[in-house]
Each structure stands twice: as structure tokens, then as C-alpha cells.
Design a protein around this ligand. Structure first.
Ligand code: SF4
Ligand SMILES: [Zn+2]
Length: 526
């Protein structure tokens, strides 16, 4: 049996073409330089909203500096959005969202300085010569130290200059904490764009497609009934496209009635044959309380149960789906075929399990396959609009784009918090998203004076395990955030009354259910 490739922990970059590579060799023939990635090693292209956000943060701070045309984002654990931006062949900066101040921040890394310093019109803080010298005039390192400065620059990430060296730092109330200082030599790189990235990765994209289609075709032979599961997210969009190439004719979608309006529009454009009714989430939530990242009771009710009921009526099925190793640690050992313990009739086939989000988006762009517009609006994980697995950075987008939805959920959460003696901030900082909040969030809550309800899960969690689960990055970020806690302002604005949201999808979904029933009847007759 052929050995599965190991999880890739680095990204290769062709410095000649200035493009990221799927493999190690570029289409130009050069070998890429490796860039280490952070766990769980997934990375994705910066899409429209990400690119606009990075441009805004750079320009607000440093003036009209050039912004790389190809940026990749490597997500890692943090209090909320926390991604390493990679560009121009190296680590560029940390992009994060602060759930307390509700603001994004871009902390440059030293590798980015040669591309920013020569063009920066502001945001550079001079450290006076001799700073850090000891009494004998002996020079000491100031990297890692906090230095008092006189500047009119606003607080936040800055560039510092000390003699002929530059570094990054965070300015806060008249002092700057200096990170590493380095010499900055001007660097030239080729201009690149996503078209160039696709051209230079063409052979690898073809290989990925060929191998995925071949494996679906191979497994299809063993089943009478084959379909593709489609959720409207990027992974299932690719899985559906590959399944159709392999000859799969049926796709199904489970309507939780909690999808974003954009997702419904997208799904309606994709000729999905079967829509399963996920039932009503709201009576459950009134009784059980909000779902949590560690308590996804709703998935069982509104997603898994309808599929099981349907498959009980049709017998053994092979389902092509878009699960990937890099999505989470739970999926890191997924095989091509896996049984679904919740649904004995369903065998899952995961042809893109070894793809990263980078390959997924590159494939979609290469094949001109339309994808859910929410990605270009800044939503990274597509599912129910109130899902606890979403980041606060994503809720912020929901609040802006669909206040009628977020108002309904905020009103529910605030009432639920009130009934449980919890303050509004418990909801506004996203603490409700855990039944048993992890140490990083518990610490934040403690600093903010937010009580966390006792839960059996919390009581039984060994202390050492809790401490081990917090990464260095998370600890560093939490320390920064807890320094800002005093500035949080409980929201006092009046919420607009709940508007009833109805979408054409309801009638469409009924039509689709009828279509599904017709489809089943036809199959049975055959
Ligand atoms: S996607 Fe999130 S909100 Fe929707 S059913 Fe699953 S856990 Fe619940
Ligand atoms: Zn190249």
C-alpha cells in the first residue's frame, strides 16, 4: 500500500518568482526556500477582505507603503483571530483581533522591515543613542527591553530605529517594548499575483486533481449509492467539483435554517439534488442553552440526525466529503475511507484530506470554480451564523452585514446570561462559546471580573493539563490583552428589535425536499 505523505510543517517559496509553492520545486525549475509554519500547519491565501485589512493597517500606521500582492495566512492558537502573515518569501507579521478592544492589529516581524522601512512616512520611533548603556557607558542590548520615548505616534505596533538598526515594538503610554533589532538591507523581489502562483504550481495542481478523482472513481465501484456532501464551504465545494468529475451525480445539503443568507444563495446556484431539513434549533437552545465549542449538541440534532434518518431509508452509501487533516488535530489521521460512527450506513471518502486551505483556494481559482462570497468578506469558517466555533472577529462581520441575525442571537445570549447571573460582557467578549472555557479565556474573565459558571467539566479538569494546553503564543497574547482590560466599555447601545428573517431559501428548500423525495421514488422504481 502506498504510504500517505506526512503533514507538511513548512511552506516552500520560490524567491525567483516570489510565489508560494505546493511542492518543493517551482514551475520555473528553482527549488523553494522553506518557511516554518505554526500548528496545525494550515495556511490560506489572504482574500479580498484580508488584503484590504492588511493594507489599511499598514497604511494607517506607516503611510502608503507597498503591500505584497500575494500574502498567505497561517492560523494558530490565540484568544481570537491570530494568524502569521507570510509574504515576499518570509514571515511578514502577526495579524490578530483583540476581543476586548474589538480591533485588529498587525505586528510586523523583522523579515518584513526591508520592504517597509524604505517607504514608511510615519510609525518609526527613534530610540536616543546611549539608551540602555550602563553607568560606565558600556553598551547593552535593548532588544526585549521597555524604553521610555517621547513621541506623538498613537499607541500600537511600531518600528523602532536605534543607530543603524531597526526593530519592531509595541508603543504604549510613552514607552516602547523593543523586540529584536536587526540591520535592514534593501531587498528587491519580483511583483507577483495569484495568476502567477497558479502558473508556477500548475503541474502540482493537475497532480492533486488527477489523484483525487482517481481515488473517488476507485471507491465508487464498491457502492450502489454514491453522493457528495455539500455545506457551501470551500472544502465541500472542491470535494463536490472533484466528485462530479469522477461521475458522482447526487449531492446533498443539510439545511440547519441557520446558514448565512450568502450561503443559501450560493447553495441555490449549485444544483444540489437533495436538501435535508435540519429541523428547528430554537426550542433546543431555549431548553439547553447556547452550544459551545466543547458542547456541540446542535450538530447532532440539526446536522447528523437528518442525514442518518435519510440514509436509513436508502441503505449503504459512499459519501464524498471535504474533510482535511489540517483543519484540526481530530482530523489529522483521517484515511481516504472512514466509517461514520453516528451513521452506520455511511462510508465517507475524503479525497482532499491532505490538502491545505492554500491548495483548496488555489484549485478553486485555477478551475474558476465559484465559491461562497463570505470568504471574500472576511469569514474564514463557514457554518451556522451563530456557531460557537466562529471567532469574535467573524461575529463582528456578522454584526455589520446581518444585524437582524446578530441582534436575535445577542438578545437570546443576553437574556440567557442575565438568567444565569452573568454580566453582558460575558456575551460581548465571546465567553459564552465554551461550556468550560479554556485557561486563556478563564484568565481573561478573571481579570475582567466576569464570573464563569461552575461546570462539572471544569471541576474534573486536572490543573496541569489546563496549564499545558495554553501555548506560549496564547500566554503572550493574553498578557497583552489583560493589560487592556481596563479600557473595555460595556456596550450600552440599544439593540434594534428583532426583525424576522425569511429567505427565499425556505420555499426553495421545500421544493428541494420535494425534489429529493421524487429522486428517491425514481431510484426505488429503478
Ligand atoms: S455548525 Fe456550529 S452551530 Fe451549526 S450545528 Fe454545528 S456546532 Fe451547531
Ligand atoms: Zn520560480
Amino acid at each position: 500500500m502506498q504510504q500517505e505523505p506526512a503533514v507538511k510543517k513548512t511552506l516552500y517559496w520560490c524567491n525567483t518568482c516570489n510565489v508560494p509553492l505546493i511542492g518543493r520545486t517551482c514551475g520555473c525549475g528553482a527549488t523553494g526556500e522553506s518557511i516554518p509554519l505554526n500548528k496545525p500547519y494550515d495556511l490560506r491565501p489572504a482574500l479580498t477582505a484580508d488584503q484590504e485589512l492588511i493594507t489599511r493597517l499598514l497604511h494607517e500606521r506607516f503611510g502608503p507603503v507597498p503591500v505584497p500582492g500575494v500574502i498567505l495566512l497561517n492560523k494558530t492558537g490565540g484568544l481570537d483571530r491570530y494568524e502569521m502573515a507570510i509574504a515576499n518569501g518570509g514571515r511578514f507579521g502577526w495579524l490578530s483581533f483583540n476581543p476586548v478592544t474589538r480591533r485588529h492589529e498587525l505586528m510586523l516581524l523583522p523579515e518584513a522591515l526591508p520592504f517597509i522601512v524604505p517607504y514608511a512616512k510615519k510609525g518609526i520611533i527613534e530610540i536616543p543613542p546611549g539608551t540602555g548603556d550602563d553607568e560606565d557607558g558600556k553598551s547593552r542590548r535593548i532588544g526585549g527591553k521597555k524604553v521610555d520615548v517621547s513621541t506623538s505616534e498613537p499607541d500600537g505596533p511600531v518600528i523602532v530605529r536605534y543607530g543603524n538598526r531597526y526593530g519592531t515594538g509595541v508603543l504604549s503610554e510613552g514607552s516602547v517594548r523593543v523586540r529584536e533589532l536587526v540591520r535592514v538591507d534593501p531587498k528587491e523581489v519580483a511583483n507577483s499575483d495569484w495568476g502567477e502562483v497558479i502558473r508556477r504550481n500548475y503541474d502540482r495542481l493537475k497532480d492533486l486533481e488527477r489523484s483525487a478523482v482517481r481515488s473517488i472513481k476507485q471507491e465508487m465501484k464498491n457502492f450502489d449509492h454514491v453522493n457528495a456532501s455539500f455545506s457551501g464551504g470551500k472544502d465541500s465545494t472542491v470535494a463536490l467539483a472533484l466528485a462530479r468529475k469522477a461521475g458522482v451525480e447526487e449531492a446533498y445539503f443539510v439545511d440547519t435554517h441557520l446558514e448565512f443568507p450568502e450561503t443559501y444563495d450560493f447553495i441555490n446556484s449549485q444544483q444540489v439534488q437533495v436538501t435535508l431539513d435540519g429541523g428547528d434549533f430554537w426550542p433546543g437552545v431555549e431548553k439547553i442553552g447556547p452550544p459551545g465549542k466543547d458542547n456541540r449538541w446542535c450538530c447532532k440534532i440539526v446536522k447528523m440526525a437528518p442525514v442518518r434518518r435519510w440514509m436509513d431509508t436508502i441503505g449503504p452509501v459512499l459519501t464524498v466529503q471535504g474533510n482535511r487533516w489540517y483543519e484540526s488535530f481530530n482530523r489529522a489521521e483521517l484515511d481516504l475511507l472512514s466509517n461514520n460512527p453516528a451513521n452506520p450506513n455511511q462510508t465517507n471518502c475524503s479525497p482532499i484530506r491532505s490538502w491545505r486551505a492554500f491548495e483548496v483556494f488555489l484549485y478553486l481559482k485555477w478551475r474558476n470554480i465559484p465559491y461562497n462570497p463570505l470568504y471574500d468578506m472576511g469569514i474564514e469558517r463557514i457554518g451556522c451564523w451563530l456557531c460557537p466555533a466562529m471567532l469574535e472577529a467573524e461575529y463582528e462581520i456578522l454584526r455589520e452585514k446581518h444585524p437582524e441575525l446578530s441582534d436575535r442571537w445577542d438578545a437570546f445570549l443576553e437574556k440567557w446570561a442575565n438568567d444565569h447571573g452573568l454580566p453582558k460582557e460575558y456575551v460581548r467578549c465571546g465567553m459564552w462559546r465554551w461550556k468550560s472555557p479554556p485557561p486563556k479565556m478563564r484568565e481573561l474573565a478573571k481579570e475582567m471580573g466576569i464570573p464563569i459558571p461552575r461546570s462539572p467539566d471544569v471541576e474534573h479538569l486536572p490543573q496541569r493539563r489546563e496549564q499545558r494546553d495554553e501555548s506560549r503564543t496564547e500566554r503572550r497574547e493574553r498578557r497583552t490583552l489583560t493589560g487592556q482590560i481596563g479600557r473595555i466599555k460595556p456596550s450600552s447601545e440599544e439593540r434594534t428589535p428583532l426583525k424576522t428573517w425569511s429567505s427565499k431559501v425556505r420555499s426553495t428548500s421545500n421544493n428541494d425536499s420535494k425534489k429529493a423525495a421524487g429522486h428517491r421514488e425514481k431510484k426505488e422504481r429503478r
